[in-house]
Design a protein around this ligand. Structure first.
Ligand code: AMP
Ligand code: ZN
Ligand code: FE
Ligand code: FE
Length: 296
């Protein structure tokens, strides 16, 4: 495949129906090709089922594709924060036994968590059931966005943000913590499966204005981190600039994507977001070239 233009754009952060996106992997492939994207990655939360489905559906001619996953990991021990760090894994071999075993563990932690969240909601006087949530999730893995959708359907919340703000977000009354793999182990598990480990949306990790982020990224780099997601619609210009300079200083790969979730985040379309956001093709090319040198 020959890619000639330098202004081709890619989207390396996309959720499908295998997790909490609303488009199937096959729909993502055809819409990405229609949108004129030159390459994509499907990066579902803790599952590669969507990647497998995309590969068996067949990648459209002219569209570059790299396998992906977004792992919910714990913060490094010296940086205790609530919630998860998201670590993207690119170019992983989908048949790798250890990777699949580790992902099953994370999936089990998720399915144990959902009934606890529903129980907490019930105790708050909210009438929703686990069955309703699982029906919304369909064949994909259920998570908080599906619980949010159940709350919206029954008029307990106006929209997804409202559902997280009132009930489901970190520290809110129906919040339930879940098992998280240590970030060093998440990085190792991705790399053992032949992939590259990239810190997702670093600009969302600490409340805006705080910048001990570089210390945390340095720590992750010591654990083997390969790159950081510099281009992300919710990163301010200033944040993007700082992350880009930092990545160059630490010799980390630079990646980017929209975090497309379909109807769940309707402000985003595949590959593009407001303010002229797009991700350069070089991000895909550099990832591919790193991964091609890494044997699972
Ligand atoms: P879970 O994987 O079940 O922990 O849910 C994580 C998903 O919820 C991610 O896809 C986020 O996009 C979404 N999410 C997390 N926090 C919020 C929030 N405050 N408002 C809206 N969506 C959120
Ligand atoms: Zn998501
Ligand atoms: Fe994320
Ligand atoms: Fe994501």
């Amino acid at each position: 495949m020959v890619f000639s233009s330098s202004h081709l754009s890619v989207d390396l952060h996309i959720h499908s129906t295998a997790s909490d996106g609303t488009l199937s992997p096959a729909e993502i492939l055809s819409q990405a090709a229609q949108a004129g994207l030159s390459a994509i990655s499907i990066t579902d939360h803790d599952t590669i089922d969507g990647v497998r489905a995309a590969l068996s559906a067949g990648i459209p001619e002219g569209l570059g594709f790299i396998s992906g996953v977004e792992i919910s990991a714990a913060h490094p021990p010296d940086f205790p924060c609530r919630g998860s760090l998201h670590i993207l894994g690119y170019g992983i071999s989908v048949d790798h036994d250890d990777l699949n075993r580790d992902l099953r563990k994370l999936q089990n932690a998720r399915s144990e968590r959902n009934p606890s969240i529903v129980r907490r909601l019930n105790r708050l006087g909210i009438d929703i059931t686990l069955e309703e949530v699982l029906e919304i999730a369909g064949s994909g893995q259920a998570g908080r966005p599906h619980i949010a959708e159940a709350l919206i359907r029954k008029n307990y919340a106006a929209d997804v943000d409202d559902a997280f703000g009132r009930y489901l977000g970190t520290g809110k009354p129906a919040y339930v913590d879940k098992y998280r793999i240590p970030s060093a182990d998440a990085i190792a598990m991705i790399q053992k499966a032949g992939g590259a480990a990239v810190l997702a949306h670093p600009g969302l990790i600490l409340p805006s204005g705080e910048w001990p982020l570089d210390a945390m990224i340095t720590e992750l780099k010591l654990c083997g981190l390969d790159g950081i997601e510099v281009f992300y619609p919710e990163h301010s210009h200033d944040c993007t600039r700082r992350l880009q300079a930092f990545a160059e200083r630490l010799q980390l790969l630079i990646t980017g994507g929209t975090d497309f979730h379909g109807d769940l985040k309707p402000e985003m379309s595949l590959g593009y977001a407001s303010g002229g956001f797009s991700v350069p093709f070089s991000c895909f090319k550099n990832l591919e070239s790193l991964v091609s040198r890494r044997v699972p």
